[in-house]
Ligand binder design. Structure first.
Ligand code: DQA
Length: 152
């Protein structure tokens, strides 16, 4: 069977707490639940995904650097690092893969410090405000960008 395109799905700090973390903002699904629905969606779209979470900026930077040659695109929810991390922005720029950004919450309806995302300056597109369903929408967008076999 032909090798399927591969997407690195990165989750930043505090996303390991989903399910119990401010459920009125982030919903009641856990990150494991989100990974399971991403795996189902990826199978439908003909994609392989490598789904990861870290609370450490440097670890996220290393994983982004290592994506070159290993993955065809990056789907990222960098959590609070979206708003602060030039290091993650630089890594995404250096690796030169299509990037799609996702946030569970609508960051533009929230505090002003969440309205700017460094990741957005390099992302091909951004999906926010649709809770965990945003990951599915983002994967569908990625599949189109990289011409996955099951892309609509
Ligand atoms: C988030 C939004 C960020 O502002 C926040 O720091 C997060 C989660 C989201 O998915 O809505 O940790 O990225």
């Amino acid at each position: 069977m032909a090798i399927q395109p591969s997407v690195l799905v990165l989750n930043g700090p505090n996303l390991n707490l989903l399910g119990t973390r401010e459920p009125h903002i982030y919903g009641s699904e856990t990150l494991d639940d989100i990974e399971a629905s991403c795996q189902e969606t990826a199978a439908r779209l003909g994609l392989d995904i490598d789904f990861r979470q870290s609370n450490h900026e440097g670890e996220l930077v290393t994983w982004i650097q290592e994506a070159r040659g290993e993955h065809d695109a990056i789907l990222i929810n960098a959590g609070a690092y979206s708003h602060t991390s030039i290091a993650i922005l630089d890594a995404l720029q250096a690796v030169d893969l299509p990037v799609v950004e996702v946030h569970l919450s609508n960051i533009f309806r929230r505090e002003p410090f969440r309205h700017h995302s460094h990741v957005s300056t390099v992302a091909r597109g951004v999906i926010c405000g649709f809770g965990s369903h945003g990951y599915i929408l983002a994967l569908e967008a990625v599949a189109r960008l990289i011409d996955a076999p099951g892309a609509a």
